[in-house]
Design a protein around this ligand. Structure first.
Ligand SMILES: Cc1ncc(COP(=O)(O)O)c(C=O)c1O
Length: 419
């Protein structure tokens, strides 16, 4: 099958560029991938979709490669969408949902973007790739590069969660720990391009990671029978997912696939420890200022400057959404709230969305009956240092009436009880 891509288009000034060749930024700003949506519509039907495998590649016509053989996949996509009545009740919301991306290959939603980006690099014959990462994108790139037989270089802040370091090294990438932030890692990747000859997979510096992330929106529409929710809460670092979903919803609208014109209000969620997008939103700016002193346990949100800042802010404003920051000190509390109420393994980034839901419901900005979806972008198990803390030790006598054991408590090797 061939691609339905017509061209690439500058997100800042609409300049058109050809798609059949390697492209990066235009005048320092990202590119959109554009499709012939009439032709897509004529070629793909909703009925057809039902018969396709449950991966993001079921939306093949809305994805960029020319050749099926280029696709590099680990089975990513079709993550579960679940209603969360107990957690919703705790937050004052009756119609609260999660799209659980923690179930994807490499344990995070980064697999979608990197599957698409590595696929396109594969199509263009690129053999050596590099990425600056807050953690999960590096893990995903290393895995997809391994699958494609590419050489991978990963640059991450030295205090990135250990699991991210291990998963990259395990997949055969060369991993560099940088005494700095993701923006410093980005400078190294940029500076090394010529000498090292690697292709730069930085967020939005190539056009295809958005296309992979876009499938989170396509799937949500399909899973909700082509009717979009009222509000989407998205943990925002570089913002690719929020931007990609907003693009997906417009493509579906243009194809006439949505049951109504209602678009969700998109909420960019950050932590008070790193909230450049929130600051820009609140002060009415289209471009965000660098956030000094970025520090948050939600490592995926520790992005003090995003190359697609204006794309995030445009989408948030066009959707009548918001950009909000939650209290850094409460993130672990929200991880626990989600896990103990619903059994879902919510990473700290998504836990910020639970906090945002609580805040926006209390403000009345979200009405109790509205349908709200948050994205759980990564598994909590990738952050064992956040799971380990705060385990209250109980007395074993207080938990069980040990009288049911005839021989008595003392002989049973129970040493500690946690709750
Ligand atoms: C688990 C998790 N959530 C959220 C984000 C932020 O994603 P985005 O860059 O699409 O805003 C990241 C990025 O590293 C992440 O790893």
């Amino acid at each position: 099958m061939t691609s339905f891509v017509t061209h690439l288009e500058s997100a800042i000034d609409g300049t058109k560029l050809p798609a059949g060749t390697v492209q990066t930024l235009h005048n320092g700003r990202p590119l959109w991938v554009r499709y012939d949506l009439d032709a897509v519509k004529a070629h793909m039907s909703k009925e057809m979709l039902c018969r396709r495998p449950a991966t993001m590649w079921r939306y093949r016509e809305l994805l960029p490669p020319q050749h099926d053989e280029s696709i590099v996949s680990l089975g990513e996509g079709m993550s579960a969408v679940m209603h969360l009545p107990r957690l919703g009740q705790a937050l004052g919301l009756h119609n609260f949902w999660v799209k659980d991306e923690s179930q994807l290959p490499t344990g995070s939603f980064k697999s979608r973007g990197l599957s698409a980006a590595v696929t396109m690099a594969n199509e263009f014959g690129i053999q050596r790739v590099a990425i600056p990462t807050a953690g999960n994108a590096g893990g995903a790139m290393a895995s997809y590069a391994a699958r494609a037989g590419m050489e991978a270089y990963v640059f991450m802040p030295a205090d990135t969660p250990d699991i991210n370091k291990y998963e990259c090294a395990m997949a055969g990438a060369r991993v560099f720990l940088v005494d700095g932030l993701i923006t410093d890692c980005g400078k190294i990747v940029q500076a090394g391009k010529e000498v090292m000859g690697w292709f730069d997979f930085s967020t939005l510096k190539e056009p295809y990671r958005i296309e992979g992330k876009k499938t989170m929106g396509l799937e949500l529409a399909e899973q909700f029978q082509w009717e979009l929710p009222d509000v989407i809460l998205y943990p925002t670092g570089g913002g690719t997912g929020l931007i990609g979903m907003w693009k997906a919803f417009h493509e579906l609208k243009e194809m006439g696939w949505l049951k109504s014109d209602k678009m969700p209000r998109m909420v960019a969620v950050q932590s008070e420890g790193c909230s450049p997008i929130v600051n820009a939103y609140e002060s009415g700016q289209r471009f965000a200022d660098f956030f000094d002193g970025a520090a948050t346990v939600a490592s995926g949100l520790r992005v003090p400057a995003a190359v697609g800042d204006f794309m995030i802010l445009d989408a948030v404003r066009a959707s009548h959404g918001r950009a909000v920051a939650v209290e850094e000190d409460r993130i672990q509390e929200f991880m626990r709230l989600a896990a103990s109420n619903e059994g879902i393994s919510v990473g700290p980034e998504a836990a910020a969305c639970v906090g945002a839901a609580e805040m926006l419901a209390a403000e009345g900005w979200i009405q109790p009956h509205e349908q709200v979806v948050f994205y759980n972008c990564g598994a909590s198990q990738k952050y064992p240092h956040l799971l380990r803390t705060d385990l209250p030790l109980l007395s074993k006598e207080s938990e069980i009436d040990w009288g049911f054991i005839a021989t008595g408590v003392q002989e049973w090797p129970v040493e500690a009880v946690y709750a």
